[in-house]
Design a protein around this ligand. Sequence first.
Ligand SMILES: NC(=O)c1ccc[n+]([C@@H]2O[C@H](COP(=O)([O-])OP(=O)(O)OC[C@H]3O[C@@H](n4cnc5c(N)ncnc54)[C@H](OP(=O)(O)O)[C@@H]3O)[C@@H](O)[C@H]2O)c1
Length: 305
Amino acid sequence: MTDLTIKLNNGELMPAIGLGTWRANESGLLAQTIKTAIGLGYRHIDCAKLYGNQEEIGKALKEVDVPRKDLFIVSKFEENRHRPELVAGALDEILNELQLEYLDLLLMHWPYAIKPEANAMSFASSDIENVPIMDTWRAMEDLVSTGKVRSIGVSNFNQTILEKMIPQCRIVPAVNQVEIHPYLQAKELVKFCKKSGIAVTGYCPLGGRRVNVMNDNFIKHVAEAHIGTPAQVALSWALARGIAVIPKSTNEIRLKQNLHQVTLTSDEMRMIGKIERHERKVDPASDNEELEWVFHEDKMECPVI
Ligand SMILES: NC(=O)c1ccc[n+]([C@@H]2O[C@H](COP(=O)([O-])OP(=O)(O)OC[C@H]3O[C@@H](n4cnc5c(N)ncnc54)[C@H](OP(=O)(O)O)[C@@H]3O)[C@@H](O)[C@H]2O)c1
């Protein structure tokens, strides 16, 4: 099914299955992948300034035969654009690259800021700067009335940050995009987001390239029982939890496969719930221990909201 949607807290509908584009240009097939995916029925495309491939995506989007209003285009601005006076320009840069008039959803990619001249792909501890999250968020709130973005949200936000942030928001984030797969299930965070009216999008829903969810024996067993694939089981499990998924593939067969779910039994859902390993693929603390607060709330408190 490709028509599953998630209703956001402002009434907008987000297609529940999207296409991930991180490292999707490594194959040299990104433009073709976008066109193939849209031809197959994908309507939600997950982009980011950080991925360095939005111009190619923009060109491909110009060549597809689907009206703009039927697409749901998401992008994220980098940590070096958190100063409030830089946020509107960050959106304009993204729109220019994607050759779009508006985004369906703009996300703050990370809850920390780095200096404007620092490189978000590789930065030193000395590049990290204290820009209160709410200052950046208020600048995002101001963008909604410009018509250049329909919804605004966050990514990689933990529950503690959201709890402090929500009472101060004029617009509660529509979405929190976080890493979720059977080895990192984020049960508490998902429960909290749902309770707060924040939709959750799961990134690395197949476990990404390094976490071996696809080879998990139980996932494989469930896939066989449904005459499906491990990827379909991982995606169906997240969708059944009400979580949007954005698997990346540049392979037509896998793109097609990822659009079709299997119907998991409640026992299978419960059993997959037990293979949690708290195995995180994406963590800025692996390069900068000052950023341990992003995902290790128990060890370090978030410095500025
Ligand atoms: N907000 C954030 O900070 C953040 C961080 C990371 C990722 N993301 C977003 O989330 C998206 C997805 O995450 P991801 O790309 O890291 O990982 P992923 O989607 O979990 O996994 C992608 C890997 O799985 C393979 N694959 C895809 N479909 C498959 C299938 N049916 N069977 C077997 N293998 C399959 C892909 O290879 P092939 O291409 O060869 O099929 C690729 O190697 C990203 O592309 C990006 O848009 C966001």
